[in-house]
Write a protein that binds this ligand. Structure first.
Ligand code: FA5
Ligand code: MG
Length: 469
């Protein structure tokens, strides 16, 4: 949740928050209260946009299952990071409903930040939402650290974002948040801890050598400035410790993968792993960075991170200028898909035993597809209601995704905009979406797909008053 969000329509990220004045019938039309994880919440006609299908994901706890790819990966990283000097308190049971204060205000998100918009975030009501990142729990965990023997924490949890639909995007994914603190000015401890971390990193490069192809300087006064309360050496050492900690994480994860490829006697197993540091922006860290790893011909964004802003530490009760440290937020699902060779993100959510019996605690194995059922494509082309182009009421792409997802659930493989134009004579806008219906578990019949498509079309007409072409 920086200036842009990974994979989420980067080009339209800076649009102002829109009013989402329509009620989602599946949740709040019939009842005015929603129950999530046993707690009831009031709904609110101007804010509620969470759907039943999304709520059904809130108690799955995939990251807690140490025989599930996401849980195996979580366990692997937790163990590695705590093997160095055992300072991290793990938190793995935070519930997904948080307040807007926790998710945004506590971290200094400005009022008009795109992450707050109802087209990107699932709101329960005006004050509650499904967390969009694990950073929502930072202030609470920093508060705990004041009275704890731990010097840091690792939070893993499911996070929720309204998003497009394809093989690598799902509205629910998992993040691990990490943070580590030092007394402000305690350079001796920082140096000592850095040496320990550097040694651990060196010793860990057993199967793969890490190769940094470009680094981001710790401080860039113009574009990635330090906070004034910290000296340059303090920032440089803190950032070095942060970078080495994340490099250790990358090294561990890919070591395991390469080890497993070798055991499977796969040809041309890489011996080097390229990665790069890029400067980034997050409202609650300065300076900030992202780490990307080169894997099978693509840069994969693994994580956002930075030096925690003093303001967040003060909100958690630390005395002004007393403390310094770093924080990171790592995406687990995409890494799990690479490690376990999982071709479609929906598989992570399947209940099919043929999937689950393939995975064992602390073991990385390649997923063997049990069968691929054919997809069935349907297009829907429609005119938007007159006078809505560029207005608040114009349908957002995520609104269409939500209708398809809420109707077809895990039977939808992808939704793509394949045509869009404005008729110059009438100034009316036409959109055409292609929906691929496909199940990971069984063949779906044409009849079934026709029914789903009919319902999608009906809901588009009812809710957004489109005219089918
Ligand atoms: C964040 O969510 C920040 N909270 C990270 C952070 C924490 C920064 C602490 C500073 C300090 P971002 O939106 O970039 O940042 O997401 C972090 C990671 O989550 C990404 O690098 C990526 O690995 C993963 N991620 C983001 N969006 C998705 C998605 N739609 N699907 C799967 N993984 C995703
Ligand atoms: Mg990012």
């Amino acid at each position: 949740m920086g200036i842009t969000r990974a994979g989420v329509f980067r080009c339209r990220c800076i649009q102002p928050a829109r009013l989402f004045l329509r009620l989602n019938s599946s949740v709040s039309g019939a009842s005015k209260r929603i129950k999530v994880d046993g707690v009831e919440y009031n709904t609110d006609p101007t804010f509620t946009n969470v759907t039943k299908s999304i709520i059904s994901h809130t108690n799955k706890g995939l990251h807690l299952n140490d025989q599930h790819p996401v849980g195996i990966l979580r366990d692997l990283i937790e163990r590695k990071l705590n093997s160095v000097d055992n300072v991290f308190m793990p938190y793995n049971n935070f519930k997904p409903v948080v307040t807007t204060w926790e998710n945004f205000d506590s971290l200094g998100f400005p009022a008009n930040h795109p992450g707050r918009s109802k087209s990107d975030t699932y709101y329960i009501n005006q004050d509650h939402l499904l967390r969009t990142h694990t950073s929502a729990h930072e202030v609470q965990c920093f508060q705990d650290l004041q009275t704890s023997k731990h010097k840091g924490f690792l939070i893993s949890a499911d996070v929720y974002r309204r998003d497009e639909i394809d093989r690598t995007h799902y509205p629910v994914f998992h993040q691990m948040e990490g943070a580590r603190l030092w007394e402000h000015g305690d350079l001796d401890s920082l140096k000592r801890d850095l040496e320990v971390m550097e040694k651990a990193l060196k010793e860990n490069q057993t199967h793969t050598k890490l190769l940094c192809v470009s680094d981001a300087p710790a401080i860039d006064p113009e574009e990635n400035p330090k906070q004034s309360y910290m000296t340059a050496p303090e920032v440089e050492l803190t950032v070095a410790h942060l970078k080495r900690s994340l490099e250790l994480t990358v090294s561990e994860v890919f070591n395991r993968k390469i080890e497993s490829l070798r055991e499977m006697k796969v040809a041309n197993v890489p011996t080097e792993l390229k990665y790069r540091w890029v400067k980034a922006y997050f409202p609650w860290t300065a300076p900030s960075y992202e780490i990307e790893v080169w894997w099978q011909g693509e840069w994969l964004e693994i994580c956002g991170c930075g030096v925690i802003k003093q303001d967040v530490l003060n909100k958690a009760g630390f005395k002004l200028d007393s403390t310094m440290g770093w924080a990171f937020g790592l995406g687990l699902d995409r890494i799990a898909m690479i490690l376990f060779e999982i071709p479609d993100i929906r598989l992570l959510w399947t209940a099919d035993e043929r999937f689950h019996r393939q995975f064992k605690r602390q073991t990385i194995t390649a997923f063997k597809p049990y069968s691929k059922h054919p997809g069935s494509i349907r297009d829907v082309a429609f005119w938007l209601p007159e006078g809505t182009i560029g207005q608040e009421e114009e349908i957002h792409e995520n609104d269409i995704m939500e209708i398809v997802r809420d109707t077809a659930g895990s039977l939808v493989e992808s939704v793509k905009l394949i045509d869009s134009f404005v008729d110059p004579k009438t100034n009316k806008k036409s959109l055409c979406y292609r929906i691929n219906y496909q199940s990971m578990e069984r063949n779906i019949t044409n009849l079934e797909v026709n029914d789903l498509q009919k319902e999608v079309v009906g809901r588009l007409i009812d809710k957004y008053h489109v005219t089918i072409r």
